[in-house]
Design a protein. Structure first.
Length: 94
């Protein structure tokens, strides 16, 4: 998977808060076969063919973990993709 754009909160997934002007491979997803993505202003969530869910970007009341229904008291940026253990989605292949 590739991403580019404003990365201040880590939403591009490249391991830092840099902005990326051209598409760049997200190394933290190497080996994961991503089939679906959802991107907000400050976070990104991806689902892999095996049902695993990955996320990166800002963790806050309006960010990544809140988007997944989780709660965190302090804002933290996740600059690289993290897999959410125990969270699976059904992936339909046609």
């Amino acid at each position: 998977m590739y991403s580019w754009g404003i990365g201040v909160h880590g939403q591009t997934g490249h391991g830092n808060g840099s902005c990326v002007s051209i598409p760049k491979k997200i190394e933290g997803l190497s080996g994961a076969k991503i089939v679906s993505i959802a991107a907000g202003a400050i976070h990104t969530i991806a689902a892999a063919v095996d049902g695993s869910v990955w996320g990166w970007g800002q963790v806050s009341a309006n960010g990544l973990e809140a988007a997944l229904g989780l709660r965190r008291e302090s804002a933290v940026n996740r600059y690289a993709p993290m897999r959410f253990p125990g969270l699976k989605v059904a992936v339909l292949q046609l």
